[in-house]
Design a protein around this ligand. Structure first.
Ligand code: GYE
Length: 329
């Protein structure tokens, strides 16, 4: 008898590990009829992040049938891994991770799989084998970067500046984050390839996706470099900091081509005010989309391994029209 029960339990675990369909996973619901979701968030480093957190918190409510357990890792991957382990111990129904960095996830994702808890990766990818998570949803960061480069090429052409020699300051996001890797790759590819003779990266440093670090790093860079033609800043918050640093150094930031990523309302307004030239969009409003994914898993549907957000590029030509729809403040 005992043996039979153990066998039955093992069978249930195997079923769950394969991405449990509705009935099985709700049978283990821990929140009294509600679906319990553990969300291992990166931190609170940027306007994008705040909008992303708000999107999850406002979607995963009891009224919508969910019990959300939210964890803020303060940009520390070890804390994030500990949070995931905690979710496993608590026996949540689903885990969503926005990985701080792409590497280092195999062990804990295997633990989640062994516990039969489906894992959804949102925002940034994790570099793991396909069987360790159900699906990824978020930005295509290399695409965002090449869209920004294409914008710069078009802007230079329109202003008869294609032959200009450009000194580029490159402010990178958190090193090893999918968003940093993709956006950096696009610029590195342009500078080492088609634009090798005219474009140079005079400084390439991380500002960790925060305004304070963006300013600090830009101030240090400006001590050694006064001719800056382009700032390629991997998020809006670092862009705000870089503009402050330029102003403090007595450089008119309007003479510098400023390229940013994300598309907070504030940054879109800054395009209208001619403070920023271009923003490659990244959509943080992923809560309802992760909710749809969970509903599909519950219904036993097959999901694509990757779903990229649809993203645009904003500049002076379309910022005004987009402003009312921009996220955040
Ligand atoms: O661009 C940045 C945030 O992973 C896409 O993280 C996200 C990035 C976003 O801190 O502002």
């Amino acid at each position: 008898m005992k043996k039979l029960i153990i066998l039955a339990m093992a069978a249930m675990l195997t079923a769950c590990a394969g991405g449990a369909p509705a009935s099985q996973s709700s049978a283990s619901n821990s929140g009294g009829g509600l679906i319990t979701v553990g969300f291992a968030q990166v931190g609170a480093e940027s306007g994008w992040r705040t909008a992303n957190t708000d999107s999850f918190k406002s979607y995963f409510t009891e009224a919508n049938g969910f019990n959300l357990i939210f964890s803020d890792a303060q940009q520390d991957q070890n804390k994030q891994i500990a949070a995931v382990r905690d979710f496993i111990t608590q026996g949540v129904d689903y885990i969503d991770i926005a990985p701080v960095t792409t590497t280092g996830w195999e062990t804990v994702l295997q633990e989640a799989k062994d516990a039969g808890i489906p894992v959804i990766i949102s925002d940034r990818k994790a570099d793991v084998s396909d069987d360790l998570y159900v699906t990824y949803i978020g930005g295509n960061f290399e695409q965002e970067g090449s869209d920004a480069i294409k914008w710069l090429e078009g802007y230079l052409a329109e202003n008869n500046r294609s032959d200009d020699e450009l000194n580029i300051v490159h402010l990178q996001g958190t090193i090893g984050a999918d968003a940093q890797i993709g956006r950096t790759k696009a610029l590195d590819t342009a500078v080492s390839g088609p634009h090798a003779d005219k474009w140079s990266i005079i400084a390439q440093q991380t500002g960790e996706f925060t305004e304070a670090r963006g300013q600090e790093v830009m101030e240090a860079i400006l001590k050694n470099n006064t001719k800056v033609d382009v700032v390629y800043s991997e998020n809006d918050d670092m862009t705000y900091g870089a503009i402050t640093a330029l102003k403090n150094a007595g450089i008119d930031h309007k003479d510098v081509i400023i390229i940013s990523f994300d598309g907070n309302k504030k940054a879109i307004q800054m395009i209208i005010d001619a403070d920023i030239d271009c923003v490659a969009e990244c959509n943080p409003l992923l809560g309802p989309q992760v909710g749809d994914i969970i509903k599909k898993i519950e219904a036993g549907d097959t999901l694509p391994k990757v779903t990229y957000s649809i993203e645009s590029v904003y500049d002076i030509k379309n910022a005004e029209a987009h402003l009312p729809d921009a996220f955040g403040s």
